[in-house]
Ligand binder design. Structure first.
Ligand code: FE2
Length: 302
């Protein structure tokens, strides 16, 4: 059994064809600011056949149950995660995926050595395009696998990772909002997200027109910047997709938002948002880091 620390960071062989095909200019202009499309060569990879994914799900459920999330029958874009559990174990839910109305996320698949190799190759391709200095900001790299029933929605949310969502089988429509659109995503919701409630961001249907709506077909992928809100409508098909992503250094934003949460909710002040005052950010990062350590949650990742 490998662990995350076994994942080689730059193990690209000269003879290997890239798995991710990313436009260098698009990457440099938009990475971690705005979504952009890429293509990939993962379709047909046996790691993403349903029997192999069932094996991965079963192993994960046994060894790391917290890394499996699945539910069924969710239709409300604002429904909180975890409120519609499936009545079957995860492997049985995948077997019934055609009719289960389910959404299944298998997180940190890199604990399986075959997926660890895939993650290393994909990260290598990303660094090849984006520049190897990017790696300094990558605290924790991971690969998550998603299986979705026909017509299912993935509810509106933001992620704590910066990632690349790659469509392997089936097609789906993703609505992607900008991470810096404060009408869509107010400061308060980001503060709550990083501090007390991962379900804090609320979908506002009247602002749907702020989103880019992209149709993802097999072989396509999209970069989703950290904290960029999104929701997904699956097509009339079973969807298999994979996210290659990483947690940023916690000092980047999480600790600042945590301190702002307490300033707003305990002291009643309206705090300065991150990245506007380097001096304030410096103090907040330090205070937030100490607070996390006192809570027994040091910043292994944000
Ligand atoms: Fe997401």
């Amino acid at each position: 059994m490998s662990s995350v620390s076994d994942v080689p960071s730059q193990a690209v062989s000269q003879s290997r064809q890239p798995l991710l095909l990313i436009d260098r200019d698009k990457f440099r202009q938009n990475f971690n600011k705005q979504n952009f499309i890429l293509s990939h060569r993962l379709c047909g990879n046996p790691l993403f056949s349903l029997p192999r994914i069932i094996e991965l799900a079963r192993d994960t459920a046994l060894s790391r149950p917290d890394d499996i999330y699945y539910d069924s029958g969710v239709t409300d874009l604002n429904e909180r995660w975890g409120t519609s559990p499936s009545s079957f174990p995860v492997d049985e839910t995948i077997r019934r995926i055609e009719t289960a109305g389910a959404w299944i996320a298998i997180k940190r698949a890199e604990h399986d050595p075959a997926y660890a190799k895939l993650l290393a190759d994909c990260m290598s391709d990303i660094l090849e395009v984006g520049g190897h200095e990017l790696e300094r900001n990558m605290r924790y790299k991971k690969v998550d696998v998603f299986v979705t029933s026909p017509k299912r929605v993935t509810t509106y949310h933001i992620d704590s990772e910066s990632g690349f969502l790659l469509q392997i089988a089936g097609s789906k429509e993703i609505s992607l909002f900008r991470s810096d659109d404060r009408e869509v995503l107010p400061e308060e919701e980001i503060e709550q997200f990083w501090t007390v409630d991962r379900n804090a961001p609320r979908y506002r249907p009247h602002l749907q027109h702020h989103a880019d709506q992209l149709t993802l077909e097999p072989g396509m992928g999209v970069h989703i910047p950290i904290n960029a809100p999104h929701w997904v409508q699956n097509g009339n098909n079973i969807s298999i997709s994979v996210s290659i992503n990483y947690h940023c250094l916690a000092s980047e934003r999480a600790n600042i938002y945590r301190v702002n949460y307490y300033l707003r909710n305990k002291l009643g002040v309206s705090p300065t948002p991150p990245f506007r005052s380097p001096a304030r950010d410096f103090v907040k990062r330090s205070v937030g880091s100490i607070y996390q350590t006192l809570r027994g949650k040091p910043d292994a990742y944000a």
